[in-house]
Design a protein around this ligand. Structure first.
Ligand code: CUA
Length: 415
C-alpha cells in the first residue's frame, strides 16, 4: 500500500516535471526570454541611471532571498522535528505555551532593522543619483523638453534655435547624443503621463502645472523603446516613443537635417493631365490587429533607423505634389506643421521631417507605406480615441483611396 502511494506520487511528479520541461523548452525558442533582453528589459540596461535602479533592485532581491531561506529553513526544521509520529502523540495535549524569549525577540527586531538599513542605504543613494545630473557631468549635459499629449510625445530642443521658428521640435522619436548626460524637462499638455525608457531610465510623471525632470545617459549609440507608464486614457497602452542615441558626427548631421526646412520635391516640369500612377495597391485591406512592425527593427534597429534618413528611390514627384496640395485642401495643416511648406498647425505632431522617422502614430506603427496608409485611412481603428480621428469627423474630412495614396507619398518625402 505504502509502495503504491509512493509510486503514484512519483508518477504525478514525473508528469509535473515533464510539463515544466516542455514549457521551458518552448520558451527556450525565445532566446531573448532567457537573456531577459526584450526591447523593454530593465535587466539588460544600457546607461548609468538604469544601472543604478537595477542595483537597488538586486540588493532588495538578495536581502529578501536570504530572509526567505532562513525563515523557510526554520519552518521546515520545526515541521519535521516536532511532527506527531504516533497515534498517542497526535492526541497529546500541547505543552504549556511560553511568553517568548527576550533574546530571540530582540535578535529578530535587530535583524529586521539591519535588513531595512541594508536596503535603505543604496536606495537613498540611488534616489540622490537619479534625481539630477552629477555636478562633475553638468557641463557636458544636453537638455531637451518632453511634453506628453494624448497619446504621443513632443520633444523640444531649446539649444537648437531656428531663425523665425523657435526651438527645434520633433515628435515621438527623441534623438540624443550617446555618452553624454541628457536632462529631460517633463511637461504635459493635458493629463498625467509618465516618461519611461526601460533600458535607460524612468519612470517620472509628467504632471499638469508641475515642472518635473529626469536625466539619463545612453552609453553607446543605439535604438531604445520608450513607453508612457501612467494610465492616461483610451490609448495609454499604445502611447510609445523611441530614443535614438547617436555618435557626435551622426548627431550633428541629424541636427543639421532637422533644423533645415522640410524637403521639397519639385513637381514634374510637364504637368500630366492624367491622374498620377498609384505607387502601390494596398487598397484598404489592412488587418486590424497586426502589430505593424517588420523584423528590421528587431534585428538591427539603429541601422534600420539610419536607412530611414534618406529619400526613397523611385519617388513619384507628381503624386507628392498632389499630396502636398491635399494636405492644405483637407485641412491637415490646421493641426500639423510642415516647416518650409507654409503649414503651421501646432495641436498635432510636427511633420516637417516625418519621413525620416522610423515610427508613426505615437511610435505605435512602423513608418512604412502600408502602415501609414492604414493610419491615414482609419486612425480610430489603430489608436482609439485619438484627436485625428475626431478631426476627420469634426471637419467632415473624406479621403478617397487616391487621396490617401497621394498623402502617403507626400509624407514619406518629408525627410
Ligand atoms: Cu500617456 Cu499613458
Amino acid at each position: 500500500m505504502r509502495l503504491a502511494t509512493i509510486l503514484s506520487s512519483a508518477a504525478h511528479w514525473s508528469r509535473a516535471v515533464l510539463a515544466v520541461g516542455a514549457v521551458s523548452l518552448l520558451s527556450a525558442c525565445d532566446y531573448n526570454f532567457w537573456r531577459m533582453d526584450g526591447h523593454q528589459s530593465t535587466i539588460k540596461v544600457e546607461g548609468p541611471v538604469a544601472k543604478s535602479q537595477l542595483d537597488v533592485f538586486y540588493v532588495t532581491c538578495w536581502v529578501t532571498l536570504v530572509i526567505f531561506i532562513l525563515v523557510g529553513a526554520v519552518l521546515a526544521y520545526a515541521s519535521i522535528k516536532f511532527k506527531a509520529r504516533t497515534p498517542e502523540e497526535e492526541k497529546a495535549i500541547p505543552p504549556e505555551q511560553g511568553h517568548g524569549n527576550p533574546l530571540i525577540e530582540i535578535g529578530l527586531i535587530g535583524a529586521s532593522v539591519l535588513a531595512l538599513v541594508v536596503i535603505a542605504i543604496p536606495t537613498l543613494k540611488g534616489i540622490w543619483y537619479t534625481y539630477d545630473v552629477p555636478e562633475d557631468r553638468k557641463a557636458d549635459t544636453y537638455e531637451v523638453t518632453a511634453t506628453g499629449y494624448q497619446w504621443w510625445f513632443k520633444f523640444d530642443y531649446p539649444s537648437e534655435q531656428i531663425a523665425g521658428a523657435g526651438a527645434l521640435t520633433t515628435a515621438n522619436e527623441l534623438v540624443i547624443p550617446a555618452g553624454r548626460p541628457v536632462r529631460v524637462n517633463l511637461r504635459t499638455i493635458d493629463v498625467i503621463h509618465s516618461f519611461w525608457i526601460p533600458k535607460l531610465a524612468g519612470k517620472v510623471d509628467m504632471i499638469p502645472n508641475r515642472a518635473n525632470h529626469l536625466w539619463f545617459q545612453a552609453d553607446q549609440p543605439g535604438y531604445y523603446w520608450g513607453q508612457c507608464a501612467e494610465f492616461c486614457g483610451d490609448s495609454h497602452a499604445v502611447m510609445r516613443f523611441r530614443v535614438i542615441a547617436l555618435g557626435p558626427k551622426d548627431f550633428n548631421d541629424w541636427l543639421t537635417q532637422q533644423t533645415s526646412p522640410a524637403r521639397d520635391v519639385a513637381p514634374p516640369r510637364v504637368a500630366t493631365k492624367d491622374a498620377p500612377k498609384v505607387q502601390f495597391a494596398s487598397l484598404r485591406t489592412f488587418k486590424q490587429n497586426e502589430t505593424g512592425h517588420t523584423a528590421k527593427y528587431d534585428t538591427s534597429p539603429l541601422d534600420a533607423w539610419k536607412a530611414q534618413q534618406f529619400p526613397e528611390k523611385g519617388e513619384n514627384a507628381a503624386l507628392i505634389a498632389q499630396g502636398k496640395a491635399l494636405f492644405k485642401e483637407k485641412a491637415c495643416l490646421s493641426c500639423h506643421e510642415v516647416r518650409g511648406h507654409g503649414y503651421a498647425g501646432i495641436s498635432g505632431p510636427t511633420l516637417t521631417h516625418f519621413g525620416s522617422r522610423s515610427t508613426l502614430a505615437g511610435a505605435l506603427l512602423e513608418n512604412n507605406t502600408e502602415q501609414l496608409h492604414r493610419w491615414i485611412h482609419n486612425p480610430e481603428s489603430v489608436k482609439p480615441g485619438n484627436k485625428m480621428a475626431k478631426g476627420y469627423i469634426d471637419n467632415n474630412i473624406k479621403l478617397t483611396n487616391e487621396d490617401e495614396v497621394a498623402l502617403v507619398a507626400y509624407l514619406q518625402s518629408l525627410k
